[in-house]
Design a protein around this ligand. Structure first.
Ligand SMILES: [Zn+2]
Length: 106
């Protein structure tokens, strides 16, 4: 299945996975061109835009930590409630992959 991903602001198609940055804007996962993301980070939206991309190396690293954290919480009861934050991170990562990344060629 192929879906065309458009970025809501510049309206150009995102065709290469390397050019795709997904980030959280107001609790919603939004796709960006790498350049547009950098531009928006410096703009007004920076108040609502998470400066930590969901995809790419750093995003994957954070997700890996979140998974390890969840496993840790399994063994250490008092941390149980903190694991919710980690689970949210994992859900965002999966959402980003299934909704955007998987439709774009590497
Ligand atoms: Zn763009």
């Amino acid at each position: 299945m192929n879906k065309t991903i458009y970025f809501d602001k510049c309206l150009r198609e995102i065709t290469v996975r390397n050019d795709l940055v997904t980030a959280i804007l107001f609790f919603e996962v939004v796709p960006y061109h790498e350049n547009c993301y950098a531009k928006d980070l410096k703009g007004v939206k920076t108040l609502f835009l998470d400066n930590q991309p969901i995809n790419g190396f750093s995003g994957n690293f954070v997700t890996l930590l979140a998974i390890l954290f969840c496993i840790g919480c399994f063994f250490y009861e008092p941390m149980k409630y903190l694991s919710i934050i980690a689970i949210i991170q994992i859900i965002y990562r999966l959402y980003s992959y299934f909704v955007f990344e998987r439709h774009i060629e590497k």
